[in-house]
Design a protein around this ligand. Structure first.
Ligand code: AMP
Ligand code: ZN
Length: 471
């Protein structure tokens, strides 16, 4: 039970049952949370970062509700192939060739960049960050167990999971095995028993090409299939069943179905009790993705002069189960809202005892919004309503401090910190002094409006100077 649980309860949408469910953890007061992390062969996109921002807000929500959270996110640094259906080159090895570096260097470089991007977005680091290449023994052990229980078969290029032997296959996405005809993107393969079968272990190529990442195994030299790492590492660090498994919704039909099959075929217990999936960041209605060729990175946003936290604000302003269409206007809008929020935070007092009842009334509303399937747009609405209200500034400060624990926008740190107007605003105000001395009142009014547009109010002082206050 969480700290704030007084009659209300956290309800979350569980993809597994396609229903809004009351959350109850396996161990009271504790939550095990796993999310599928980046494949580190090129920079993460802001689409990926939407997924990680959602997990971060979910984790902060659980913490504010009083749970002790153990968060695990994997690093996919081997085994993710270029083609669907377990064919094609390993993304890591292909990129290594392209850049003339080792696959290991590529993996470490993009892992570091992904984590740096997360830090810029105030995403709290996971408690455990396991790499697939450092858990090959655990993955082999799981494949061996599946083999011993009769769920696998040997094909030309690897050991495969026989999905026909796991009747629940497809239950996460609600698809029946026979309905899941392979799409146009997946070449039909003669040596697979069922179109949905997937590789657990792949053999190193026999055509003379040498892989950089390969390991000895009971089936010869090779490397793990993409899906097995998540089954092996989530259970190693969180046990089975653990509480919440998260990821973007593109992972539902293949990757997560496969994780469930691998982990539940023998165990007979669920891998995770709740499956939570974020909707896409889109461009013109299509998923933003590396493979779609329509992706932006956080560096792209920063190169255009945007504050990375404007992207966090943009994400928070949409519910995680709604599509969020990316536009530059949208980022700019989020950025001005964030700037405004910062100014209001600075204007609040950093000390003073708030009236506990007044704080509690607002708190109840924001906690209820969080408990309503992590409704961050509703939380932001409460923040704005509170800040614009006639409430005591000490109460506002107390509330903003608490809410920012979940929002992670870094505005709590600004409370009571005196603000200085940005240089461009000061420049406009100085220009206004000059035109006023020349008695050009029309120009003076235009400059006042320009300053107001940037969120500042200019006032003339008796000494001929000016003062700037946030609006
Ligand atoms: P990947 O590195 O492609 O395996 O993806 C890492 C995470 O980002 C996964 O949870 C994906 O589901 C998620 N993801 C990928 N593209 C998007 C997108 N456009 N919007 C939201 N999440 C995404
Ligand atoms: Zn995964």
């Amino acid at each position: 039970m969480g700290r704030y649980h007084g009659g209300t309860m956290l309800r979350i949408w569980n993809t597994r049952h396609r229903a809004l469910e009351e959350f109850a953890s396996v161990t009271p007061g504790k939550v095990g949370l796993y999310n599928c992390g980046p494949t580190v062969y090129n920079p993460v996109t802001i689409g990926n970062l939407r997924a990680y921002t959602f997990v971060d807000v979910l984790k902060r929500t659980l913490q504010v509700l009083g749970y002790e959270v153990r968060h695990v996110m994997n690093i996919t640094d081997v085994g993710h192939l270029v083609g669907d259906g377990d064919v094609g080159e390993d993304k890591m090895e292909r990129e290594a060739k392209r850049q003339g570096q080792t696959a290991w260097d590529i993996a470490r470089m993009y892992e570091a960049r992904a984590l740096a991007d997360e830090a810029r977005l105030n995403i709290l680091p996971p408690d455990v960050l396991p790499r697939a290449t450092e858990h090959v023994a655990e993955q082999i052990a799981l494949v061996q167990a599946l083999e011993a229980a009769g769920f696998t078969y040997r094909a030309a290029d690897g050991i495969y999971f026989d999905t026909a032997k796991f009747p629940a296959y497809g239950s996460l996405s609600g698809q029946k095995l026979e309905e899941k005809a392979e799409g146009a993107r997946v070449a039909i393969r003669e040596d697979k028993r069922n179109p949905t079968d997937f590789a657990l272990w792949k053999f190193s190529p026999t055509d003379g090409t040498k892989r950089q990442m390969e390991w000895e195994s009971p089936w010869g030299i090779g490397f793990p299939g993409w899906h097995i790492e998540c089954s092996a590492m989530s259970v190693k660090y969180l046990g089975q069943p653990f509480d919440i498994h998260a990821g973007g919704m593109d992972l539902i039909p293949v990757h997560h179905e496969n994780e469930i099959a691998q982990s539940e075929a023998i165990q007979g217990t669920p891998l995770a009790r709740y499956w939570m999936h974020n909707e896409f960041l889109t461009v013109d209605g299509r998923r933003m993705g590396k493979s779609e060729g329509n992706a932006y990175t956080l560096d792209d946003l920063m190169a255009r002069g945007h504050d990375p936290l404007a992207f966090r604000y943009l994400c928070l302003n949409a519910h995680y189960r709604s599509k969020l269409n990316f536009t530059w206007e949208g980022v700019a809008g989020a950025e001005s809202a964030l700037q405004h929020l910062r100014q209001l935070a600075r204007a609040l007092p950093s000390s003073g005892e708030p009236n506990p009842e007044a704080v509690s009334a607002w708190r109840t509303r924001f906690i209820q919004a969080l408990e309503d399937d992590v409704n961050t747009p509703a939380v932001l609405a409460v923040v704005w309503e509170c800040l614009k209200s006639e409430a005591d500034p000490v109460v506002k400060a107390a509330l903003l401090r608490e809410m920012d624990q979940v929002l992670g926008l870094g505005v709590a740190e600004l409370i009571g910190v005196p603000f200085g107007a940005p240089a461009e605003v000061v420049a406009l105000a100085e220009e206004r002094v000059v035109v006023r001395q020349a008695k050009d009142w029309a120009a003076s009014d235009r400059l006042r409006d320009a300053i107001a547009e940037k969120g500042w109010k200019v006032e003339d002082r008796k000494d001929g100077g000016f003062s700037l206050t946030p609006m």
